[in-house]
Design a protein around this ligand. Structure first.
Ligand SMILES: *Cc1c(COP(=O)(O)O)cnc(C)c1O
Length: 409
């Protein structure tokens, strides 16, 4: 079946990168084949998750692992695990956390919109520190410690550019001294692939990764790596729990008293992963672990150089310039990016107009908008095939020419 014709779809060119709203990463044919194979069979999902967990543990150096439907789902399940542990009553009550410890501390410089995933489990975010670094305040370890109390269950520590925040090893040390966990959001922490092991090595209790971004797994996949007891709690709150204790894979937990009883479907039941997603994530993770990162960066640089040369040949508008930037960029971007600067911060409207014109072109081309406020439209190549470079060049030329008399030129 030709899905484009059958459903009237409009494929886009993704020159942004692995952003979720433009389709994340493309899957390698080997990963697609693994998913197709899994889709045609049946598996016991709890057993499949155990096998996946061992692969994830081996890839990350963690005690245990678990496949989720994304890093956000991983954060929600991680928060749920820290709040409910192995208590079936708490598992049953989430996201209602009235009367139970539910506070997750976060440094002010670490606040981001993904903490909604933690709140989804019923957590209350407790923000500490200042964001004025350098000069007007930062976060100190004592501020984190002062916020820890009987209601604290964890500290959230996203991987992001956050000057003036207390680093993970120090946060982990103080958290463990107080008997609480550290949950790391590493969705933006890959590449480099060395970061698959880094956060566990630095003391994180749970790390949430995205499978649909750098790793190139199914777009709606991800995984948790971390402490075995927390991973078990996450699993209990995620699996289909329509089970009989006499035949349940984990029935011995009830018989030996580790669990007071069989929990009902938990908060994670609304974020299920299918067998295809689990197998696809595993196939992609294996490829990612074996990947030659230098070669991949060189591939992306070559595509971006080709795009830059093509745009340049066509002639740039007055005041515009092109710069190929190499990682790390602004302390946060770990892959090469081409900047088309339309004239600095005086040109933010021109940059937004160009981005919009590209999205409205045929084919639609989506570009990075992370620097629009300084008049820059950016291009990433992690999601581009070599043969799309000329498509991007033509689209930019058309948008610049077409709009010369309107907003952009
Ligand atoms: C993308 C992202 C997420 C969410 O990841 P999904 O796999 O799409 O759920 C969470 N946190 C950060 C920092 C991200 O960039």
């Amino acid at each position: 079946m030709d899905i484009v014709a059958e459903f009237g779809l409009r494929p886009i060119v993704n020159a942004v990168g692995t952003a979720t709203r433009v389709g994340g990463q493309r899957m390698h044919p080997e990963v697609i084949a693994a998913m197709a194979d899994a889709a045609g069979r049946h598996f016991a999902i709890d057993e499949l998750q155990e096998i996946a967990g061992r692969e994830i543990a081996a890839a990350t150096g963690a005690e245990a692992g678990y496949v989720t439907s994304g890093a956000s789902a991983g954060l929600m399940l991680g928060a749920a695990a820290c709040i409910a542990g192995a208590d079936p009553d708490r598992i049953d009550r989430l996201p209602d956390t009235i009367g139970m410890p539910n506070e997750i501390i976060v440094q002010r410089g670490h606040r981001n919109a993904y903490d909604h995933a933690l709140r989804t489990a019923g957590a209350r975010i407790v923000e500490v520190g200042y964001q004025g670094h350098p000069g007007a305040g930062r976060t100190h370890a004592w501020q984190i410690e002062a916020a820890i109390g009987p209601a604290t269950v964890a500290i959230a520590h996203p991987v992001q550019h956050a000057p003036g925040t207390v680093p993970l090893p120090e946060v982990a040390e103080l958290a463990h001294r107080h008997g609480i966990a550290v949950i790391v959001d590493a969705a933006a922490g890959l590449p480099p692939k060395a970061n698959l092991r880094r956060f566990i090595a630095e003391g994180a209790d749970l790390v949430a990764y995205s499978g649909g971004k750098a790793i190139g797994g199914p777009q709606a996949s991800g995984f948790l790596a971390g402490r075995a007891d927390l991973i078990r709690s996450a699993a209990l709150q995620h699996l289909d729990m329509d089970v009989d204790v006499r035949t349940w894979r984990y029935g011995s937990l009830v018989r030996d008293g580790s669990l007071r009883g069989v929990p009902h479907h938990g908060i994670g039941r609304a974020a299920k992963v299918g067998k295809e997603g689990i197998v696809g994530l595993l196939a992609a993770l294996r490829r990612y672990v074996a990947r030659d990162e230098e070669a991949e960066i060189a591939r992306q640089v070559a595509i971006l150089e080709h795009i830059a040369a093509g745009i340049d040949r066509a002639g740039l508008p007055a005041g515009a310039s092109l710069t190929l930037r190499r990682p790390p960029i602004d302390g946060r971007v770990m892959y090469p990016v081409l900047h088309l600067d339309l004239g600095g911060s005086a040109a933010t409207e021109r940059a937004a107009a160009l981005s919009l014109a590209l999205q409205q072109g045929d084919p639609p081309v989506y570009t990075g908008e992370g620097w629009l406020d300084i008049g820059v439209v950016s291009f990433g190549a992690s999601t581009l095939h070599e043969d799309e470079a000329d498509v991007v060049v033509s689209a930019v030329r058309a948008a610049l020419t077409g709009a010369r008399d309107v907003a952009i030129g």
